[in-house]
Design a protein. Structure first.
Lengths: 505, 155
């Protein structure tokens, strides 16, 4: 009952007029940036993250929630209407979404996608309501060895974020950790990697690195590809017919369940679950031959799975501090701007705020359904703005964003440097998400490593001797194997679809 | 000596080893400040230094292995600096002059340059769009959100 009471108080906080307006604005802007061709949800959130940093905490977080859901939805829009998946997880949506759009049924497909997202979002909130008290009880039992074991668990994510080469993913992860070391040492306070520069003593700003690696890199890639304006045809009414809804209910539930339960496992990305949901739907269908030629179930199932995984991802994010997908990694950075450190003690230390965040996720998601969906025509029109105009605006916006976090020109230089580096990484297929993830988790890893080693004469062996930490380590080993198997399967499927002509970047 | 099949990975591996060495040297320097032999601010840098050198060496060997698929993708995604370098140069100049000429003028000039470089618009159109963009950003970030930008000599 306590949890329900806290959730309701979170809603009371999130549902003031100002906050609802912020959620609406976030959802609108998030969708717009997410819809821009070539800009996936991760880049969209990275570009808009600094805007929220100038608002007061609750408004900022609520706007962030709107941006998150808006950008995710924007990604689905380009997948359905343009056959351009912003992220791997949107590839299965393209398979039937684009044929539907060509048949003039793009609108209903978008409607089904938004309804699936809303249902999955509710499942995520319900899951959090059930899990939160359990986690809060366990929180006090977490000491440095348990945190260290959690950091090892986070490394299993490298498998799903590797993009093919584990060696490169681990090098990027180690580079991310190394970058997080810049600044004052946690135990002695001695500056590290500063080389006499006062600017480096303060460390590198997370937002600047994210803006550089995601937003600026995306614009540079767009310039290189000579992107022009995109002409999207009229998607038609976004409200699905009764027949479409009837066809989609079961796939939506099946996809939602697959996405939600697998999404609870850190390391199980939305790309894995959306492909699994699509293949499952094709298997249980009486007419599997319709798949790939415009089956509404082929949109409903992967979209529900995709969004359910994103929502379920909030549970390991809030409870363990482990983001299971690139957009969630950026969202984690956004939460950290406000002094929230997701992890086992989050529910203990920031009870009121965290429930406002959870409620705002719900509000952001609802905004999408009631406000965003009827305005699809507007996104379609806005995407006609030429890239030659959009790119400079985004770049100037990135500059302001990088500057505004700490009012520092040094951060702007860092953003530009990482923009250039990100372009090189992208060109030569070095995955950047492990770098960002390890940069974010670096300080926690170091703190827990030092404290754990100092706790016992046996050094780090204490991690194996304590029950919770040893269970986490066993779980990490199991997840590593599961992730390896599922990722191999997903990569095979992506390769198949690539050969069939889907533009998977 | 045989050249590596995957040259970008080869250079990436060398860079990883170089970064590993730099991180290890810093760990060695920090070791002097630490009260303990094994635990302190040098522990993670030392571990990472070793890891980067090991992984870099692994990738170095890997880059000599012939993988037809990789060669195909690399040929498709070659580095074309000509298209992005002017844009990066404008951004660098923008960041350099903000402190000198102030946010408003620097943003106006950078916008003109970016509209020219990316969109290839005529001077008149670039200037017009830059005025609109700078004005809108000023209204939102300076007037409404009250962010204090560098003022420079002029503003």
């Amino acid at each position: 009952m306590d949890t329900l009471h806290l959730l309701l108080s979170g809603f009371a906080e999130a549902l003031t007029l100002e906050n609802v307006l912020m959620a609406a604005l976030g959802a609108l802007v998030g969708t717009f940036v997410g819809v821009l061709p070539g800009l996936g949800p991760t880049s969209a959130i990275a570009i808009l993250l600094p805007v929220t940093a100038v608002l007061e905490p609750t408004q900022g977080i609520i706007m962030l929630a709107g941006i998150y859901y808006g950008a995710m939805y924007g990604g689905s829009t380009t997948a359905i209407l343009l056959n351009i998946p912003g992220e791997l997880s949107s590839v299965p949506t393209c398979l039937d979404g684009y044929p539907l759009a060509k048949q003039g049924k793009g609108g209903p497909a978008l409607g089904i996608s938004a309804i699936g997202s809303f249902v999955a979002g509710i499942m995520g909130v319900i899951g959090l309501v059930f899990f939160a008290p359990v986690l809060a009880d366990q929180a006090l039992k977490f000491g440095p060895p348990e945190y260290l074991a959690l950091m090892v668990l986070a490394l299993t994510l490298m498998v799903s974020l590797s993009g093919g080469s584990f060696l490169k993913a681990f090098i990027m992860g180690a580079f991310g950790y190394a970058l997080s070391l810049v600044g004052l040492g946690p135990s002695t306070g001695v500056p590290r990697f500063d080389y006499g520069s006062a600017k480096l003593v303060g460390g590198l700003d997370m937002i600047s690195i994210i803006i550089g690696l995601f937003a600026i890199t995306e614009v540079l890639k767009g310039i290189e590809e000579k992107r022009v304006t995109t002409v999207i045809g009229n998607p038609g009414s976004v409200y699905p017919s009764k027949a479409d809804l009837q066809k989609s209910v079961k796939p939506m539930v099946r996809g939602g369940l697959v996405g939600f339960f697998l999404g609870l496992l850190p390391g199980c990305s939305a790309a894995i679950t959306s492909f699994l949901a699509y293949d499952l739907e094709k298997k249980v269908s009486k007419h599997p031959e319709r798949f790939g030629h415009g089956a509404m179930e082929g949109v409903a199932a992967p979209e529900a799975a995709n969004n359910a995984t994103s929502s379920a991802g909030f549970i390991p994010l809030f409870s363990l501090g482990i983001p299971s997908s690139p957009p969630l990694a950026i969202l984690l950075a956004g939460l950290m701007i406000y002094g929230l450190t997701p992890g086992p003690v989050l529910f203990e230390q920031n009870t009121t705020f965290v429930w406002a965040v959870i409620a705002s996720m719900f509000v952001g998601n609802a905004m999408l359904l009631v406000l965003n969906l009827p305005m699809v025509w507007l996104w379609v029109k806005l995407t006609r703005v030429p890239y030659g105009i959009m790119a400079p605006i985004i770049l100037i916006f990135c500059t302001i964003g990088a500057y505004s976090v700490r009012n520092s020109m040094f951060d702007v230089f860092v953003a530009f440097l990482f923009g250039g580096l990100g372009y090189l990484f992208s060109t030569y297929k070095w995955p950047v998400v492990p770098l960002v993830l390890c940069f974010i988790l670096g300080p926690l890893l170091e703190e827990s490593l030092i404290q754990t080693a100092a706790m016992s004469a046996e050094g780090l062996a204490i991690v194996l001797q304590r029950p919770i930490s040893s269970v986490i380590l066993v779980a990490a080993a199991a997840l590593l194997i599961i992730s390896l198997v599922l990722n191999r399967r997903t990569q095979k499927r992506v390769q198949e679809e690539r050969e069939r002509g889907i533009d998977v970047s | 000596m045989r050249l590596p099949y995957n040259l970008p990975d080869f250079f990436g591996a060398l860079l990883s080893i170089a970064i590993g060495i730099v991180v290890s040297l810093e760990a060695f320097r920090l070791h002097a400040y630490s009260p303990s032999q094994y635990v302190g601010d040098h522990t993670l840098p030392a571990t990472l230094g070793l890891l980067l050198i090991t992984l870099g060496t692994g990738l170095l060997f890997h880059s000599f292995r012939d993988k037809k698929e990789e060669r195909k993708t690399d040929a498709e995604s070659g580095f074309r600096p000509k298209s992005v370098l002017p844009c990066l140069l404008v951004l660098l100049l923008y960041a350099l002059v903000i402190d000198i000429v102030g946010y408003v003028l620097a943003t106006f000039l950078a916008s003109i340059a970016l509209f020219r470089v990316i969109g290839s618009y005529k001077w008149s159109r670039s200037i017009a769009m830059a005025i609109v963009l700078t004005g809108c950003l000023y209204a939102v970030f300076v007037v409404w959100l009250k962010i204090a930008f560098p003022t420079g000599f002029f503003f």
